[in-house]
Design a protein. Structure first.
Length: 255
């Protein structure tokens, strides 16, 4: 019989056994942007984190993290799936894409245009994040699963959180066999590792970060042409490529 964690018990455990810095680390390790939770203080963000994970079917990831880092904590389990969280608290309620102050609602289909100084990175599912870039954008439908990647990081912590989320997409692309040459997948992850190490260093070098991001963009560009030609619209590499373009621009401002 499947057992489910009680969200209230999980929220209480996060509040009782973790300080705010540890909650930030948890979010970083799980590829969640802590700042986007929107709560004020540890208790509110713990509640928002549980609602966020519950809305996206990721409660088990937090439970596993708690069991690994606080093995003495006993979470309440039930035989009944928990009810969905309130939409206002969990960030649910349809597709919304914030584009530099403008609001674009609904799924963008291939061939649709978004005029002005903007790019749309998150295309389908529940979308959180902004977009930067320039010129006319031909948005492409990316099917399958919710996407929660901040495509316009404003500071170092957000930049690193976005890197971590993109890394998960690249790992997914490798598992799905999207890289024709296995070396390309390994090279992509190697570039991601170097970017993360530089971004987390005491004095990050913008030029070094942008160079590695450029190398990564080139790898993903070549791979993207292959998977797109094969009709794999939901390919993880197609989700990752435009985010890299945004990170290159963001790196010039942040570092």
């Amino acid at each position: 019989m499947t057992r489910y964690v009680d969200p209230v018990s999980l929220r209480q455990a996060l509040i009782q056994y973790y300080n705010e810095g540890e909650l930030r680390t948890m979010c970083f390790d799980l590829g969640i942007d802590y700042e986007s939770l929107g709560g004020q203080g540890k208790a509110n963000n713990a509640r928002a984190l549980v609602a966020f994970a519950q809305n996206r079917g990721r409660l088990d990831e937090i439970v596993t993290y708690v069991r690994q880092t606080r093995p003495h904590v006993r979470l309440k389990m039930t035989d009944t799936p928990p009810p969905p969280p309130d939409a206002a608290e969990s960030g649910g309620g349809g597709v919304t894409i914030n584009v530099k102050g403008d609001l674009v609602q609904g799924d963008k289909m291939k061939g649709d245009k978004v005029q002005g100084d903007k790019n749309v990175y998150n295309i389908s599912g529940t979308v959180v994040g902004s977009a930067i870039g320039g010129g006319e954008v031909h948005a492409q439908t990316i099917a399958g699963g919710d996407v929660n990647i901040n495509a316009n990081p404003q500071d170092k912590s957000e930049f690193v959180a976005t890197l971590n989320a993109v890394k998960k997409l690249l790992e997914e692309a490798i598992v799905n066999g999207e890289f024709e040459d296995e070396r390309d997948g390994k090279d992509a992850l190697k570039e991601m590792q170097e970017i993360a190490e530089e971004a987390n260093s005491e004095k990050p070098r913008s030029r070094t970060i942008k160079r590695s991001l450029g190398n990564l963009a080139e790898i993903l560009g070549d791979t993207g042409k292959v998977v797109e030609a094969a009709g794999k619209a939901s390919a993880a590499v197609l989700k990752a490529a435009p985010i890299i373009a945004g990170l290159i621009k963001a790196a010039s401002v942040i570092f």
